[in-house]
Design a protein. Structure first.
Lengths: 255, 396
C-alpha cells in the first residue's frame, strides 16, 4: 500500500512544492515542517536542476539560487533523513530525468525507499519513456507519478490506467507559475481519469489563491501549489517558514 | 538509422513534458505522410534549387592540397547557399512541412544566429510569423544577425536564463512551444531534441552527402576516403555523413569544439569530455557534473557552444562508425585564416574546426587519397570576433 494514499484521506489534499536549498537546506527543513504542521497533506521536494525546462521564471530562479548555494542530490538525501525524524507526511521528489539517470536509477530510487520518499515526479518523462524507471520504482515501492496535460486528450485513459500514487493534472499550457485564470476544461479530464482508475488526481500549475485552490480541488482530489510558495521563500529568505505555514493554512482552510 | 521508438542504439527517445507529446506525435505522423510524397518533394527540391541555390559546389582545393602535400582535398561549399550556411536546407524542409500541417507560426532557437536567420528567411518567404530565441550573450556577440532577423520580419527574444547562450535558447523555445502549440511549429535547428526531430533534420540535411556522392563520382569516379565536418548539435555533420554510413571504407570524422582545451573546463567537446545523460528531450552524451547538472560550455564558435550532441552521432561514436576529434579555438582560428589566405574562402569559425583537423591529417595521407570537408557556412559573421581574438579592436 502506497503511503501517498494517506495524503488523500484527510478531505481534499493540499500539496506543497518547495525547491530544496533555496535559500539553504536549513530553511527548506523548517519550511517543510511548517507546511506539514499547517495542513499540507503531501510535500513535493524539488531537487534543483541546471536547466528546468518545465518551469517558469519563479522556480527557475529557485533552482539557480539553490545550485549556487552548493546543494547536491546527496545533501538533499541527508535533509530527508533529518525531516523524517520530525514529519510523517507523505513526501515525493520532483526533479528532471538527468538528475536520477546520472546518479544511477537503481541507486537513486533505492535511496528514496531507504530514506522515506514515497514517490517521484519527473516532468520530462512521458508515458512512452517510463519503462526505463518504472520497474525500478516498483521494486522499491516508490510511486512514479504520471502527469496529464490539457493537450493529452486521447492519451488520458492510457496514462490513467497505469498511474500510481496520484495523477498530476497540469491545469494549463506552458510552464509552472501563477496565473490569474485557468481556462482548461478540467472537469472533462478528471471524468476520463475517474473512468479509468481509482488513483486520486490533483491539479497543479497556476494555482496561488485560496479561491483557486477551492475551485480546483472541487473538481479533483487536491491542489498542488509551487510557485506561490517559492515566491515566499524568495521574498522572505530565512524568515520564510512562518509565512509558508500561514499560507498553507489559508489554502487548506479554503479547500 | 532511426529504429521504431526514435532511438539510435540506446540514444534518442522522447524525454519531454506530457504537454508536448501529442505535438511530436502529430509532427511524426505529418512527416511520415509527406516524406515520400511526390508533390512535397517536388516543392522542396524547387525551393532547394531555385531559392537556396542548390546543388552547392564540390570544389577541388588545389592550393590547399599542394600546400599540405597529401590527400586531395575537396570542399563542399554549403557556405554558398542562400543565407550563408547549411541551415537553410533543414529550415526550408521544416517550414514547408509546418505549412502543410496548417501551422502559421515558426519558433526557433539560435546560437550564432545562422539558424535564426534561416528560419526568419523561410518564414518571410512562406508568409509565416516567426519568433527566434537567442541567448542574451549571443545577441550581443552577433548583433548583426539580430538586425538581420528583425529585417526579415522576425521577433528576436533575448534569453537571460541560465548561461544566456544556445542551450538556454533551446530551453526557452521548448517552454514557448508548451504554451502555444496549436498554430506553432518549433523549427529545431539541429539533429537533436526529442524524436522525430533528429530524424527529420537529418533527412533534410542529407542532401549534402547525396550531392557529395554524385559530385565526387563524377569528378573522381570513386568514393572519398575521408569525409569531415564540424559538430555541435551535429546537423551539417550528419548531413555530410549520412549517405556514406553504409560505405564502410569511407572514414567519417566529426570535429568538436575543444574551446581552450579538453583538459580545461572551457570546452564544448561533448564526445571527448561528456558522459551519457538525458537532456533537451533526448538521451545522448552531455557535458555535465557528477550530479547530472548540465555544464556551462565554452567555444569561440557560438554555433558549436552546446553541451550535447545529436543522438545519431552518439550512436555512430558507440559503434565506432564515426570518429570525433577535438579542435581548440587556436587551431580553428589558424584554419580560419589559412583557408582565407590559401583558397580565398572565408569559412565560418564553426567550419574552420573541420579545416583545422584536415590541416593535421591531410599531410599524413597518400596523394591518391581523397578527403571531403564540408564548409558548413561563410565566415563574414565571424570577422569582427576573430579580429578581436587577434587583438584588433574591431566592432560591427
Amino acid at each position: 500500500m502506497s503511503n501517498i494514499k494517506k495524503a488523500f484521506e484527510n478531505g481534499k489534499a493540499f500539496i506543497a512544492f518547495i525547491t530544496c536549498g533555496d535559500p539553504d537546506l536549513e530553511t527548506t527543513k523548517k519550511a517543510v515542517i511548517e507546511a506539514c504542521n499547517n495542513g499540507a497533506d503531501l510535500i513535493e521536494l524539488g531537487i534543483p536542476f541546471s536547466d528546468p525546462t518545465a518551469e517558469g521564471p519563479v522556480i527557475q530562479g529557485a533552482n539557480v539560487r539553490a545550485l549556487a548555494g552548493g546543494v547536491t542530490t546527496d545533501k538533499i538525501f541527508d535533509l530527508v533523513i533529518d525531516l523524517r525524524k520530525e514529519v510523517s507526511t507523505p513526501m515525493v521528489f520532483m526533479t528532471y530525468v538527468n538528475v536520477v539517470f546520472s546518479y544511477g536509477a537503481e541507486r537513486f530510487i533505492s535511496k528514496c525507499k531507504e530514506i522515506g520518499i514515497d514517490g517521484l515526479i519527473l516532468p520530462d518523462l512521458p508515458f512512452e519513456e517510463k519503462d526505463e524507471f518504472e520497474p525500478v520504482c516498483e521494486k522499491y515501492d516508490v510511486d512514479l507519478i504520471s502527469l496529464i496535460a490539457p493537450t493529452s486528450e486521447n492519451r488520458i485513459a492510457m496514462i490513467a490506467k497505469e498511474a500510481k500514487g496520484f495523477i498530476y493534472i497540469v491545469s494549463s499550457l506552458g510552464v509552472t507559475g501563477t496565473r490569474s485564470e485557468i481556462k482548461t476544461d478540467l472537469e472533462s479530464i478528471v471524468k476520463v481519469v475517474r473512468e479509468n482508475t481509482d488513483v486520486p488526481c490533483a491539479i497543479g500549475f497556476g494555482i496561488s489563491t485560496p479561491e483557486q485552490a477551492a475551485k480546483m480541488s472541487a473538481v479533483s482530489d487536491g491542489a498542488i501549489v509551487g510557485s506561490a510558495i517559492v515566491k515566499l521563500l524568495e521574498k522572505y529568505g530565512k524568515d520564510a517558514p512562518k509565512y509558508v505555514g500561514e499560507y498553507v493554512h489559508s489554502m487548506k482552510a479554503a479547500m | 538509422m532511426t529504429n521504431m521508438n526514435g532511438r539510435f542504439g540506446i540514444h534518442g527517445g522522447q524525454y519531454i513534458p506530457e504537454t508536448l507529446m501529442n505535438a511530436v506525435i502529430e509532427l511524426e505522423k505529418a512527416y511520415n505522410r509527406y516524406k515520400n510524397d511526390e508533390q512535397f518533394n517536388k516543392e522542396l527540391q524547387t525551393l532547394f534549387n531555385e531559392y537556396a541555390g542548390r546543388p552547392s559546389r564540390l570544389y577541388y582545393a588545389e592550393k590547399m592540397t599542394k600546400d599540405l602535400g597529401g590527400a586531395k582535398i575537396y570542399l563542399k561549399r554549403e557556405d554558398l547557399n542562400h543565407t550563408g550556411s547549411h541551415k537553410i536546407n533543414n529550415v526550408l524542409g521544416q517550414a514547408l512541412l509546418a505549412k502543410k500541417m496548417g501551422k502559421t507560426r515558426l519558433i526557433a532557437e539560435t546560437g550564432a544566429g545562422q539558424h535564426g536567420v534561416a528560419t526568419a528567411t523561410a518564414a518571410a518567404l512562406m508568409g509565416m510569423e516567426c519568433v527566434v530565441f537567442m541567448g542574451k550573450e549571443d545577441t550581443e556577440r552577433q548583433a548583426l544577425n539580430v538586425y538581420r532577423m528583425r529585417l526579415l520580419g522576425a521577433e528576436v527574444i533575448p534569453v537571460t536564463s541560465g548561461t544566456a547562450t544556445l542551450k538556454d535558447a533551446v530551453s526557452e523555445a521548448m517552454r514557448e512551444w508548451t504554451s502555444r502549440i496549436d498554430d506553432t511549429h518549433y523549427c529545431l535547428g539541429s539533429v537533436m531534441g526529442p524524436h522525430p526531430f533528429p530524424t527529420i533534420v537529418r533527412d533534410f540535411q542529407s542532401v549534402i552527402s547525396k550531392e557529395i556522392k554524385e559530385q565526387i563520382l563524377e569528378k573522381e569516379g570513386r568514393l572519398p576516403d575521408v569525409v569531415m565536418a564540424c559538430v555541435g548539435g551535429g546537423s551539417n555533420a550528419i548531413g555530410t555523413f549520412y549517405n556514406f554510413i553504409e560505405d564502410k571504407d569511407v572514414r567519417l570524422i566529426g570535429c568538436e569544439a575543444a574551446g581552450r582545451g579538453i583538459d580545461t573546463f572551457e570546452t564544448a567537446a561533448t564526445i571527448n569530455t561528456g558522459k551519457l545523460g538525458v537532456f533537451h528531450g533526448m538521451k545522448s552524451y552531455f557535458c555535465q557534473d557528477e550530479y547530472g547538472q548540465i555544464a556551462p560550455v565554452y567555444s569561440i564558435s557560438a554555433g558549436l557552444d552546446y553541451p550535447g550532441i545529436g543522438p545519431e552521432h552518439a550512436n555512430l561514436h558507440d559503434t565506432g562508425r564515426a570518429e570525433y576529434v577535438a579542435v581548440t579555438d587556436d587551431e580553428a582560428v589558424n584554419a580560419f585564416e589559412y583557408l582565407s589566405k590559401t583558397e580565398g574562402i572565408i569559412p565560418a569559425i564553426e567550419s574552420a574546426h573541420a579545416v583545422a583537423h584536415a590541416m593535421k591529417i591531410a599531410g599524413t595521407m597518400d596523394k591518391d587519397k581523397i578527403m571531403v570537408i564540408t564548409i558548413s557556412g561563410r565566415g563574414d559573421k565571424d570577422c569582427a570576433a576573430i579580429a578581436r581574438y587577434r587583438g584588433e579592436d574591431i566592432h560591427e
